[in-house]
Design a binder for this molecule. Sequence first.
Ligand code: IDP
Ligand code: MG
Length: 138
Amino acid sequence: MERTLVLVKPDAMERGLAGEIISRLERLGLRIVALRLLHMDEALARRHYAEHEGKPFFEELIRYITSSPVIAAVFQGDNAVKMVRQAMGDIDPARAMPGTIRGDLGIDIGHNSVHGSDSLETAEKEIRLFFDEGDLFS
Ligand code: IDP
Ligand code: MG
């Protein structure tokens, strides 16, 4: 059984869309095995997005993801990583298909409502950034 890290990002939190996003993922058959509401600090944000350090959008990304509280959740299920990525849609809401979270709810590429780990390996690393193993149910 796979697990993956999901963040409900600030733009979605500020518009009251957390329930909608979590609900869409639950409807795929994925189960919540850990959940936190937290305000990411700069250090956590830089670790979470370390692969993007040095890119032109990086500093803005850090400012954005630390701008208000987010929900971090671990979803578990068969093919959880791919299921969440497909449900999220394209990185740019303008290109994301209708029916996807970003296509329906995202604002723009920098405010695209949701994060989901991009591989199993990344997922396990990201889960450990936000949760202790003892916080995970299964
Ligand atoms: P992902 O969120 O679909 O995994 P990544 O390439 O890992 O996409 O990028 C992480 C986040 O950084 C994106 O969700 C987006 O908010 C932001 N981002 C990526 N590329 C750009 C860009 O070209 N301009 C502005 N923001 C970007
Ligand atoms: Mg990514």
